[in-house]
Design a protein. Structure first.
Length: 196
């Protein structure tokens, strides 16, 4: 493996381990062992565990952004159905992993926001970009006549993101996807109720 491939492997394995056990509980030695990389070479790829953590966050966010964009930019589907399809796919993933992983960005926000300012800032940037994507889709729904024009798309997008993250957290704690099911149902029955 060349340097870039090895670095990518370390990040991929680190993402998986951190998703399951958190950043602080994930030792560099465990990541390197699973990646088949000698212990002493970590600092050849990353200056610090913090830099490694930021690389994991960026890797996850890049993949997640692509997934979110696939749903929210699907012009074959109405804007509100794009949001519903995205949330329903998240529900299916939650059921598939038996509510064990949660959202890596949300998990790290809870774990690290008070400990590492660089992490907090980067995680906030990611959440803001997701909120902006939802807001753009909601504005499109307004232009299409699906939603009332007086709905503040930015506030509603923040509500969707906060509700989604909270539902995922509760699903993980309860070991049940029901909180996300309930959130989706209430979201579309009241907040994103279609215009008559």
């Amino acid at each position: 493996m060349d340097k870039n491939e090895t670095r990518a492997t370390i990040i991929r394995i680190g993402t998986d381990l951190i998703s399951r056990q958190g950043f602080n509980a994930t030792g560099i030695d465990a990541v390197l062992k699973e990646a088949g990389v000698p212990k002493g070479s970590f600092y050849y790829y990353f200056r610090s565990k913090e830099e490694f953590g930021l690389a994991v966050i960026d890797h996850f966010a890049e993949r997640y952004d692509q997934r979110l964009d696939t749903f929210l930019n699907d012009e074959e589907v109405t804007p509100l159905n794009r949001i519903r399809n995205y949330l329903e796919s998240g529900l299916a993933r939650l059921e598939q992993n038996q509510c064990s992983k949660g959202c890596l960005i949300g998990n790290l926000g809870q774990e690290l926001a008070d400990q590492h300012e660089r992490f907090r800032v980067r995680l906030d940037e990611i959440f803001r970009s997701w909120k902006d994507r939802f807001a753009a889709c909601l504005r499109e729904a307004q232009r299409a006549g699906e939603l009332a024009p007086e709905l503040d798309a930015g506030v509603a997008a923040g509500f969707i993101l906060s509700g989604l993250e909270g539902a995922i957290l509760r699903a993980k704690v309860m070991k049940s996807p029901q909180p996300l099911r309930d959130f989706i149902e209430i979201l579309f029955a009241s907040v994103l109720r279609r215009q008559a």
